[in-house]
Design a protein around this ligand. Structure first.
Ligand SMILES: NC(=O)C1=CN([C@@H]2O[C@H](COP(=O)(O)OP(=O)(O)OC[C@H]3O[C@@H](n4cnc5c(N)ncnc54)[C@H](O)[C@@H]3O)[C@@H](O)[C@H]2O)C=CC1
Ligand SMILES: O=C([O-])CC(=O)C(=O)O
Length: 359
């Protein structure tokens, strides 16, 4: 009888343990006798569930660290094809609320994605000096396609923050994958262009002698070279720039990524400032999901503000993702010329992404 009771208890522990410690790894198992099921912590009961795909990378690691610090996150899934056991063990020791679980390799992708509210994707290769973002297409297109197929299957209602370059093509790729799967919701797919805004705020503040935290520059279009179009005529607080300042700032904002790629001299592209920008953006998405009012950010989304099917502009975030896309507002002549250049390049990049999935 005693033995039957014991075996029931053991079975029960095994069931709970399988639930809390799925075939993904957690860092307590096998250490000193206490498994997670033996502990009283109940992670994940309130707050949002967030997955980071590419979590062991240059962006992924600081992004994971910062998301572990976000009080809106209750469960954090870290997925990569390499090194997630170490990153997960390390980050899981931080005494913040989110429960961290790691997932390694394609066979654990579905598990990493199941039940997620927000999926952030910084997976893929970065640029080296001399490369354009489009040069990353051949490798990153396939990576993004596979990851989005997983999202369509396991968490079709999740908000997706897509960081992998070239964003101007990877967002259309993701949209096509979701359309094929019958799960496409244009309000839930957002290309992350936040770093352009972060840079624009920093550079404008520097030139104008302002506090960057008080500057807000709308950056529209896309996320590569001339498709990055800062609207300096709409800066808050209102600023009056000389033509020389406008040209300097526009050029520096459009080439901010290249500035970092060259400074890193072959060791990758922006990772730390990108993690900072990605966390700001993800936090805005989570606050929107929670129902906070007036959460407005720039993002590259399915859009009707121009004749192109995707465009970056200011959007209002809410419980369903993008709830409103704002019109571009009045542009000056310099910005109108910039917009035409941006649209031309964007059109080609969008078509390339769509064709990749349709082919
Ligand atoms: N949207 C934006 O503003 C920015 C975008 N980026 C882009 O972000 C991407 C990542 O950059 P870094 O973190 O610096 O590169 P990284 O090479 O340091 O890290 C990428 C990570 O992705 C992982 N990965 C590769 N294939 C994967 C797959 N199939 N599934 C899951 N993970 C996979 C790698 O193992 C690696 O850990 C690049 O494409 C880069 O161009 C970078 C900066 C800004
Ligand atoms: O420039 C790159 O390759 C990475 C990127 O998108 C950025 O830093 O804006």
């Amino acid at each position: 009888m005693q033995e039957t009771n014991n075996s029931r208890v053991n079975q029960r522990i095994a069931t709970i343990s399988a639930h809390l410690n799925p075939p993904s790894f957690s860092h307590m198992e096998g250490s000193s006798g206490l498994g997670r099921a033996d502990c009283r912590a109940k992670g994940g009961l309130t707050g949002f569930k967030v997955a980071i795909l590419g979590a062991a990378g240059g962006i992924g690691q600081p992004l994971s660290l910062l998301m572990k610090m976000n009080p809106l996150v209750s469960v954090l899934h870290l997925y990569d094809v390499v090194n997630t056991p170490g990153v997960t063990a390390d980050i899981s020791h931080m005494d913040t609320g989110a429960v961290v679980r790691g997932f390694l390799g394609q066979q654990q992708l579905e598990e990493a994605l199941t039940g997620m509210d927000l999926v952030i994707i910084p997976a893929g290769v970065p640029r080296k000096p001399g490369m354009t973002r489009d040069d990353l297409f051949n490798i990153n297109a396939g990576i993004v396609k596979t990851l989005c197929e997983g999202i369509a299957k396991c968490c079709p209602k999740a908000i997706v923050n897509l960081i992998s370059n070239p964003v101007n093509s990877t967002v259309p790729i993701a949209a096509e994958v979701f359309k094929k799967a019958g799960t496409f919701d244009p309000n839930r797919l957002l290309g992350v262009t936040m770093l352009d805004v972060v840079r624009a705020n920093t550079f404008v503040a520097e030139v104008m002698g302002l506090d960057p935290r008080e500057v807000d520059v709308p950056v529209i279009g896309g996320h590569a070279g001339v498709t990055i179009l800062p609207l300096l005529s709409q800066v808050k607080p209102p600023c009056s720039f000389t033509q020389k300042e406008i040209e300097y700032l526009t050029n520096r904002i459009q080439n901010g990524g290249t500035e970092v790629v060259e400074a890193k001299a072959g060791a990758g592209s922006a990772t730390l400032s990108m993690a900072y920008a990605a966390v700001q953006f993800a936090d805005a998405c989570l606050r929107g999901l929670r129902g906070d009012a007036d959460i407005v950010r720039c993002a590259f989304v399915a859009s009707h503000v121009t004749e192109l099917p995707f465009f970056a502009s200011k959007v209002r975030l809410g419980r369903c993702g993008v709830e409103e896309i704002y019109p571009l507002g009045p542009l000056n002549e310099y910005e109108r010329v910039g917009l035409e250049k941006a649209k031309k390049e964007l059109e080609t990049s969008i078509e390339k992404g769509v064709a990749f999935v349709k082919k």
